[in-house]
Design a protein around this ligand. Structure first.
Ligand code: F6R
Length: 364
């Protein structure tokens, strides 16, 4: 079943261009250059608040979606870990949209949160990879990801497919709210359609990333930094590394470094910086220089322009294609997945079945 791959996780990382394309096919009409969601029997343009609930990697996909929904559709978003959601007694607006994100569709806390929202009169939408799961059955609006079965315990292709669906949903909401005209919608559709090719371009760096594994494998701690919609990718990168290589890793919003974590920096703590070039790039570069001034060793993941501008004093650089901000989180997921994968392989840990973890967490 693994074909030519050594691990399911590796196979699933490499399937991303195909499964993201497959997922996008059911949310876009390329001929008309339109976003097209499944049949919706409520007025989506009336939604004025979205509550997102999920766990783990699916939660990070939700964090990215918060940036997109707010930026493109101007809809305020609340997001919680499912294990926190019910217990904080959230205030939910009448007829609000509650959005649950789950690969398995069975995660106990997320399912309990969904049922709680049902009793609170929310419209229930679910982004789910297993179409026969409890969450898929109980949702008013089912938004399937078409990632196919994910076997590796660490989620990879399900995450990028979740992002693809959420990007289409954000664009759809923006269109319905009159915030994108047809021309702007067409541009977004074109960018989304470029995602599979950009994922392939990111995967081309596999060998180069494998050759960097020895720089990270001896570390006791690793930090990941990102800004804006790429901040959740820093969290996701840190989670992937922790899960499969057992190296302690944390993700921070780049600007938060100086508020405490910078105290950890010395020449033994690699810092992975996720920073596509763009309006916020300069700010991230100055955060990066603060790290370097304290002996920190930086791995910069950016595009050509970003690397030309700031790559010089880095321990290593990984060049991503230049992409639209709406697809950057999908594309930047690849290098952090590959880095975690190759570090784990270098350390000889069980990549597909990391200790203490289960694929589907059905207890609270
Ligand atoms: C991380 C990982 C977990 C899951 C989390 C939620 O690699 O796989 O953090 O993302 O347990 O699972 P689902 O998405 O099935 O609800």
């Amino acid at each position: 079943e693994k074909g030519n791959y050594r691990h399911f996780m590796q196979k699933e990382i490499f399937e991303q261009p195909t499964v993201v394309a497959q997922t996008l096919r059911s949310y876009l009409r390329p001929g008309e250059q339109r976003v097209a969601l499944p049949q919706i029997d409520f007025d989506i343009s009336a939604i004025n608040r979205v509550t997102i609930v999920a766990c783990g990697t699916s939660y990070y996909a939700g964090m990215v979606a918060k940036y997109w929904f707010e930026q493109f559709a101007r809809v305020p978003v609340d997001i919680d870990f499912a294990s926190e959601f019910r217990y904080r007694e959230p205030v939910l607006p009448d007829g609000g949209l509650a959005l649950f994100i789950s690969q398995s569709g069975e995660t106990a806390d997320t399912l309990a949160a969904l049922r709680h929202c049902r009793t609170q009169g929310q419209i229930i939408a679910a982004v789910v990879n297993v179409p026969t799961s409890s969450m898929a059955r109980e949702a008013d609006l089912l938004l399937p990801t078409h990632a196919g079965p994910e076997i590796g315990v660490a989620s990879t292709k399900a995450f990028t497919c979740q992002l693809a669906v959420l990007a289409a949903l954000a664009a759809h909401l923006a269109v319905k709210k009159g915030l994108l005209n047809h021309r702007e919608e067409a541009i977004i559709v074109d960018h989304l359609l470029e995602a599979p090719a950009c994922l392939n371009a990111a995967l081309d760096h596999d060998e180069e990333i494998a050759s960097m594994a020895h720089l990270i494998a001896p570390a006791r701690d690793v930090l990941y930094l990102g800004r804006g919609a790429d901040f959740p990718l820093a969290l996701e990168g840190a989670l992937k590394l922790k899960e499969i290589s057992y190296i302690h890793a944390e993700g921070y919003a780049s600007g938060e470094m100086k508020h405490g974590p910078i105290a950890l920096i010395d020449d033994k703590v690699p810092v992975i910086v996720l920073a596509p070039s763009g309006p916020l790039f300069e700010k991230t570069v100055s955060n990066m220089q603060e790290v370097q001034a304290r002996g920190g060793k930086v791995v910069l993941i950016s595009d050509k322009a970003g690397i030309e501008q700031a790559g010089e004093d880095c321990m290593a650089v990984i060049e991503m294609p230049k992409v639209h901000p709406l697809i950057a989180p999908l594309v930047y997921a690849v290098p952090v997945q590959l880095l975690a994968y190759h570090v784990a392989v270098a350390k000889g840990t069980d990549v597909d079945q990391p200790r203490n973890l289960a694929k589907s967490v059905t207890v609270e």
